[in-house]
Each structure stands twice: as C-alpha cells, then as structure tokens.
Design a protein around this ligand. Structure first.
Ligand code: NAP
Ligand code: GDD
Length: 335
C-alpha cells in the first residue's frame, strides 16, 4: 500500500449503489473493503467482476463477513481496516417490506449507523474516518413543501422512513457532539440496470423484456399515480464521494429536480419495444402500501452549488437503458 492511497469501507457493497461505488473508488485508486452478510445463497453477484483472491498480497478490493445488526462484527471490521472513509449503504431498503418487518428494519436502518458511529468513536478514529450515511427522500413522506430541500421538515410514512430519520439525526448528532466528519446524503430515487427486481422500475423493465419475448403475459402493479424524482445510480454515487471530499461535513439533497409518474415510466418502457402498457398492466391491491408517499421532488440547489454536482443521465435515457439491459439479459438467458 502506498502512503497516499486512501482506504474506504462500504457496507451494502453488493447492493445497487455499493457495486457502482466500489467501481468508482477503485478507479480513483482507493483500497476498498466491502461488508457482505452471510446468506444461504451467494449474494455477491454485483461485485463478482471485481472480486480478488483474499490471499492476494497487494489487493485493492476485499470482502468481509459482517452485519450492521451485529456490533461486534461492525467494530472488528472498522478496527481491522481503519478506513479513511466509510459509506454506510447497508439497509433493509424496501419501503413496502418495512411494514412487514418493522423491527428488523429499525435494527438495521436506524441502529446500524449508530453502531458504526460508535465504533469510529470507540476506536478513536474520529479525526481520521469520514462517514457517509445513505439517507432518503422517503423521510419527506407526506411532503410539507415542494420541492424538497435540506431545510424541508421530515414527515416519514413507513417504518423504513422513520428508521432513516433516526439515522439522519444520530449522524448529525455525532457530527455536532464529537466533531466527526459525518454527512447525510438525502438521495431521491435512483435506478439502473443493477436495481433490485422488487422495485417498480426494475419490475417494469424486466417485464417489458419478458413480454416482448413471450415469456410473460401481464404485469401486476399497485399505485400508478405515484410521482418520483428518478435519477441514475451512477450519477448519485459520485455525489456521495463528493460529500466526503469537502472541507466541512454537511447534509445534501441529491435529485434531478424533475418528477415523473409510474405511468410515465411504463409508457416510455413499453413504447421502446413498440408495445402499449395498457394492454398488459393489471392493477393489483397486493402492491398498495398501508401508507403511500404520493409525490417527491428534489431541489438539488446546494449540491449543484457546493459540490458542483449535477446529474448527467436523464429520465428517458434511464428507462431505455434499463429496458435494453433486460432485453439482453433475457436474450442471454442470464435471468
Ligand atoms: P440495495 O440494492 O437494497 O442494497 C442494500 C445492501 O445492504 C445489500 O447489499 C444488502 O445485502 C445490504 N444489507 C441489508 N441488510 C444488511 C445488514 N443487516 N447487514 C449488512 N448488509 C446489509 O439498496 P441500494 O438501492 O443500493 O441503496 C443503498 C442505500 O441507499 C440503502 O441504505 C438505501 O436505503 C438508500 N437509498 C436508496 C435509494 C435508491 O433509490 N436506490 C434512495 C435513497 C436512499 P444483501 O445483498 O445481502 O441483501
Ligand atoms: N415496488 C413496487 N412494486 N412499487 C410499486 C408497484 C409495485 O408493484 N406498483 C406501484 N408502485 C409504486 C409504489 O407504491 C411507490 O409509490 C413507487 O411505485 C416507487 O416504489 P419503489 O420502486 O418500491 O420505490 P420507493 O420510492 O418506495 O423507495 C425507493 O426509493 C427511496 C427513495 O425515495 C427505495 O429505493 C428506497 O430504499 C429509497 O429510500
């Protein structure tokens, strides 16, 4: 390891964002440690292409077993790796699922970041280690003002969002109490060909590919009127990194400033393969939530001004990229 080489630790490294972030940091010559959790089936598929033999001496990427609900593993990984930057991306990240497993969601999404902050303090790394917390626009929930900025009050509407509000405030509290470099990114929805299959965008792009290839007949969805500020994950992980490169730690809203409905996503996705979504989509009550977030829209003014960040990939291109990727996945029979 060279003296000037930075060390990063990513929790949730095998998630959508974790995989893109690991690639970005490796490109920037970081040594990257990732936390993977034990699962009965292999769950590292998004980072398999950058995997390195753990016996490799001059490694740049290494995975560690751990779980953010387990303080001892969090503490020992941080002690072992002594990272310059920690990106806490691990979470039970599905809003609808959080109504079914609310206690686990709070344990991972609210107490998980607390365990990391405590471990940084316990190992006396607060002057070395910068911390990024993956906050969310879901915290705005029943929106109190439109568009949403860093100053908009939170009104969370799910166990997931309530847990993330705790995470937001505990991160701010450790920053103010212990002078830690700790930032909250308040990220609006971001998608990609690596998005989990149970989120609405990926559910649609995969269904379009399967319907086009006569492998699926219909697509069952919930609320088509919901409006989101959808961006591309590849753009958003740049913003995470930029937050930790500033002179002072701050919280930032990250979004495009544009809003679209689920219906608009459907229209572009089906039109791309010359189909009409109305011929295939069925409304299914099972996909409605006990409480819905109807509308989210970012004002990313601060990120543009201070981080010099702006999104490069627009909505239409995002949808088309996801559909194209799933058409290829279906053709190659990898899905
Ligand atoms: P994702 O694809 O669901 O990835 C989450 C990752 O967390 C997965 O690798 C998962 O591991 C891991 N994980 C879950 N519980 C864990 C635990 N107890 N211990 C250790 N790891 C655990 O989510 P994402 O879309 O990349 O989002 C990354 C983060 O940003 C999440 O915190 C999410 O809540 C937040 N966020 C996402 C968005 C968005 O639109 N994507 C917007 C705002 C905020 P497995 O692979 O084993 O399941
Ligand atoms: N998942 C899903 N499945 N959502 C559906 C469906 C369906 O069949 N039908 C309609 N929807 C609607 C949901 O009700 C919601 O209003 C919208 O589509 C988006 O749902 P998701 O893709 O599940 O995302 P989300 O907005 O609830 O949460 C995502 O974005 C948050 C940031 O605002 C997740 O990535 C969260 O982790 C993230 O914090």
């Amino acid at each position: 390891m060279k003296n000037n080489q930075k060390i990063a630790l990513i929790t949730g490294v095998n998630g959508q964002d974790g995989a893109y972030l690991a690639e970005l940091l490796l490109k920037k010559n970081y040594i990257v440690h990732g936390v993977k959790r034990r699962s009965s089936s292999i769950n590292t598929f998004r980072v398999d292409h950058i995997y390195q033999d753990p016996h490799e001496k001059n490694y740049k990427f290494r995975l560690h077993y751990g779980d953010i609900t387990d303080s001892s593993s969090v503490s020992s990984i941080i002690k072992k790796t002594k990272p310059d930057e920690i990106y806490n991306l691990a979470a039970q990240s599905h809003v609808a699922v959080s109504f079914e497993v609310p206690e686990y969601t709070a344990n991972a999404d609210a107490l998980g970041p607390l365990r990391i902050l405590e471990a940084i303090k316990f190992h006396k790394l607060q002057n070395k280690t910068k911390f990024y917390q993956a906050g969310t626009s879901e915290m705005f929930g029943k929106v109190q003002q439109t568009p949403q900025t860093e100053k908009t009050p939170f009104y969370p509407k799910s166990p997931y969002a309530v847990s993330k509000v705790y995470a937001h405030w505990i991160t701010k509290n450790y920053r103010e109490s212990y002078n830690m470099f700790a930032c909250n990114g308040i990220l609006f929805n971001h998608e990609s060909p690596r998005r989990g299959f149970e989120f609405v965008t990926r559910k649609i792009s995969l269904a379009v590919a399967k319907i086009k290839n006569n492998l699926q007949k219909e697509l069952r969805l919930g609320n088509l009127e919901a409006k989101r500020d959808w961006g591309h994950a590849r753009d958003y992980i740049e913003a995470m990194w930029l937050m930790l490169q500033q002179n002072d730690p701050e919280d930032y809203v990250i979004g495009t400033g544009e809003q679209h409905s689920v219906k608009e996503f459907l229209e572009i996705a089906f039109n791309h393969v010359n189909l009409n979504y109305q011929d295939y989509v069925k409304i299914d009550k099972a996909f409605f939530r006990p409480a819905e977030v109807e509308t989210l829209l970012a004002d990313p003014f601060n990120a543009k001004k201070k981080l010099k960040w702006s999104p490069k990939i627009n909505f239409e291109n995002l949808v088309k990229e996801m559909v194209e990727s799933d058409l290829k996945n279906v053709k190659d029979k990898v899905i």
